[in-house]
Design a protein. Structure first.
Length: 356
């Protein structure tokens, strides 16, 4: 892919204290209204015209912009690989990274990156906006400037937040715990099962006990093989056998995330259990996550989930759907030992699930 690259020369009198790479992929943040009133991406290299205050930050900033910015509804695993490659290649050159991304699929992309960037010891902060930066009431400026500050924050020479996060509307969340929950107001993201890592107000108040601790100095590893032959089966009362059969029997299917009710429950109808059993026998990895944004899957607590456990459905505990599907894609892409993949699905890799 071709990129546009610009350096932002700071006007601060002191030399920059940290360096941050901004990767601009698209999304509302960088859009303007065209002649017909529809939102479309602007040339991000003109960002300084929209946020001149960026020059005041005591940061060495470089922007790498996708040549063709995307609405994040068009994001693909190929784009995740592009973002991962950029961070991997530039890892030694910067203290932190800010990824500007549309909000619609940000939780998927940020979750994917959290699994791709193994042994991460620097911040990778995703942010975006609900209103374009060109709008008077835009949330873009605050989101961008605070995300930059978080990406640059160090304590005793080490990054304060050495993980992939989403910063939005004054809150910093762990990426693989986040969900987009709001499309109208500014509080677009929530992390029901894990506390916010920071809240910003007059100061940025970090929740240090919730933030990942630094690993011993090990090299960054980039995982970039995705298995795309996966599917999501959302359960609903009244679903037909034809619907379940179509999803479960998708040709070439390797992994299935099933979005169940409450604490991981589903129908006990014989045909339903039989379809899942056959899929598992065909070596499809089936993972159970809940439709509830808060709480956890406890297979066996109710009779309506006991059979799921018995036939070998994997309990996804408190994984978000976004984390479950992206983790499964990477585990299936990178490995081929089914037993190990199933065990890893239930083992925290980078803070995405709690064991109890
Ligand atoms: N459709 C846009 C996107 O996800 C919405 C946004 O950026 O908030 O790219």
């Amino acid at each position: 892919m071709q990129y546009k690259r610009i350096n932002i020369i700071t006007s601060a009198p002191k030399p920059p204290e940290a360096s941050v790479l901004i990767i601009y992929t698209g999304g509302t943040l960088g859009m303007i209204h065209d002649a017909d009133g529809a939102l479309q991406p602007f040339d991000f290299t003109s960002i300084l015209d929209h946020v001149p205050s960026l020059r005041q930050l005591e940061l060495n900033m470089t922007v790498i912009a996708f040549q063709e910015p995307i609405d994040s509804s068009n994001v693909t695993t190929g784009d995740w690989i592009e973002i991962g490659n950029l961070i991997y290649e530039e890892y030694q050159n910067f203290d932190g990274f800010v990824v500007l991304h549309g909000t619609d699929t940000m939780a998927y992309s940020a979750s994917a990156l959290s699994f791709m960037l193994e042994n991460l010891s620097k911040p990778v902060i995703f942010t975006g906006a609900q209103l374009p930066i060109s709008s008077l009431r835009s949330d873009a400026r605050e989101n961008l400037i605070t995300a930059l500050e978080i990406a640059a924050s160090k304590h005793d020479g080490k990054a304060v937040v050495p993980e992939v996060c989403i910063y939005f509307d004054y809150k910093l969340f762990r990426a693989n715990r986040s969900k987009k929950v709001e499309s109208l107001y500014f509080d677009a993201f929530e992390s029901e099962n894990y506390p916010a890592l920071a809240e910003s107000g007059v100061v940025i108040n970090y929740n240090h006990s919730a933030i990942m601790t630094h690993r011993k100095s090990v090299d960054l590893i980039l995982r970039r093989k995705f298995e795309e032959n996966v599917a999501i089966l959302k359960l609903y009362p009244g679903m037909t056998r034809t619907y379940v059969t179509a999803v479960v029997n998708t040709p070439g299917l390797k992994g299935l995330v099933m979005e169940t009710f409450g604490a991981g429950n589903g129908p006990t109808a014989g045909w339903f259990i039989q379809l899942l059993r056959e899929a598992i026998e065909r070596e499809v990895v089936v993972v159970n996550v809940s439709q509830c944004p808060g709480g956890r899957v406890m297979q066996g607590r109710y009779k309506t989930s006991r059979q799921l456990r018995e036939i070998g459905v994997i309990g996804g505990m408190d994984l978000t759907l976004e984390a479950a599907i992206t983790k499964l894609m990477i585990l299936l892409g990178e490995g081929d030992d089914l037993k190990e993949i199933k065990a890893l699905m239930q083992t925290p890799k980078c803070g995405e699930l709690s064991l109890n």
